[in-house]
Design a protein around this ligand. Sequence first.
Ligand code: ADP
Ligand code: MG
Length: 201
Amino acid sequence: MTHPKTERTLVIVKPDGIQRALIGEIMKRYERLGLKLVGLKMMVPTESMIENHYLIDPNWKKNVGEKAIASYVKKGETPPNSDPIKVAEAVVENLKKYMTSGPVIAMVWEGAHAVELVRKITGGTEPRSAGVGTIRGDFVLDSYQMADGDARAIRNLIHASGTIPEAQKEIPLWFSHTELISYRVPHEATLYDADMRSLIG
Ligand code: ADP
Ligand code: MG
């Protein structure tokens, strides 16, 4: 079995994150947790890259549609469409426009529970309801209501893989094998060594 510290996740700072000058703030959050940056690049993505990225998981459409509908229902509001797949198809089109509107930064972060912990720090999809202390909750204010009102994607600064299988499928779309670097940093001993007494020599 591979050690949990080798888990990797994909993070993308979306165009609004770069425009808001939040690159350093976002990277700081993951770095200070103890995760290790093993891949990094900046680009303006193409629409086909974005379509491949979001449609790589066959369940994504159903999930994204159901999540949006549930958010309206929870607030006592009526969703613009009651068919989750129709909702998701509109989201994909809006995501293509959003994600190709400027440069993005793609990163791979490595460490124990990387996928789960990056999601926790990043916060929920809708900034309006994302938790206090999360990046999406603290730095931006968008909502399903505003995004749907203007027929656009929710501006929430970051993409972060949702599950380990999703991360495993997404990472190769953005990085070739040689673009991901395996290396050690000294504090890994403090985070992961079974016996910390080795630290005093
Ligand atoms: P997350 O990024 O939190 O994993 P999803 O995978 O469900 O969220 O959706 C991908 C992205 O699509 C979101 O980050 C957001 O930018 C956008 N999005 C999702 N649902 C909607 C929606 N109902 N209306 C507009 N944009 C949406
Ligand atoms: Mg997702």
